[in-house]
Write a protein that binds this ligand. Sequence first.
Ligand SMILES: *Cc1c(COP(=O)(O)O)cnc(C)c1O
Length: 380
Amino acid sequence: MGYAFDTRCIHGDVRVNPDAYGAVSVPIYQTATFAHPEVGKSTGYDYSRESNPTRAALERVIASLEGASDAIATSSGMSAIDLALGLLPEHAHLVCTEDLYGGTVRILDSRKKSTGLSYTQVDTADTAAVEAAITPETKALYIETPSNPTMRVTDLRAMKKLAVSHGLLLIVDNTFLSPYFQKPISLGADIVVHSGTKFIGGHNDSLAGYVCIADPEVAKQLRFDYKTIGMMLSPFDSFLQLRGVKTLPLRMEKQQANAMKIAGWLRENPKVTEVFYIGLPDHPGYEINRHQASGFGSMISFRVDSRETAIRVLNHVKLVQYAESLGGVESLITYPMLQTHGDVPADEREKLGITETFLRLSVGIEDADDLIQDLEQAFG
Ligand SMILES: *Cc1c(COP(=O)(O)O)cnc(C)c1O
């Protein structure tokens, strides 16, 4: 019997400590290279681009949490996504979620130029639409669930069925729910990517990314690309991520409880016309999410009655901060139209409902009533 999830956030599958002095907290091995005891012998570490003890400790924990054969820690979520997309052959076609993270769309576009990649964005909450978009050139499905920022939920088991019947790789960006609430590999995903900057790190103080891989052979290939390109996570950021992930379960529970309260309050607010939170039973993705994840997370989008209200809220929040990013202990509010989706063409953005009245809130671990009071005064 292995350890439970909460224990594995701290120790991984087995408690190992690389430190000779028994330091309880994994030290920051701030070294570029490692001396060899003699010719033909290695301590197990040669050069920090390829591997480093602090990073290796972190990777063991993340692989354990995602149920992956290996997890590779990268310098950001974007570099993790780029590494994973390197698995696709030239001229591959991809079917992906309609409202993908804006940076992911930029990577896809750059690969269009460099590798002839093509992609079709569909509402992946609609399984039939996904199937209809698959062509003989399609090599992978790339899914975000819930999606950002409109919180659509994609049925991962249905995606796995399509992937198997069409011979496709299933790649899931699990940033929004984290492995605490959702484990896509257990539902059939081949690759899980993360922005560790968000919930896993959890403190808005470190950029990181992860590629978690089900198949050990695929992991070997990606490890080779990784050491070749040099997109590794630094020892210091590995330490911050290790420190952050220890409290992942505590943070996720508190953030979710706060989000539930705030979503309820937003609903009652006369200036709020629509609330997108997958923890609300009348959210269209509520049931599917409930069957594939153990929670709803703490990301809420909402629509207000006018542009003036949106700007007022953004300019008047005091405790909640107007800033990009999400998932940390500090609550942040963003204006997707100008920030995360600023590069998306206006007509596409409008189609997705990302308009001048649309706001996104990442709920932190502050006291829920303090957050509500702050929002209340910001609405005016
Ligand atoms: C933030 C984010 C990314 C990019 O991660 P960085 O760590 O900022 O490079 C990718 N996907 C999702 C869903 C994100 O929220």
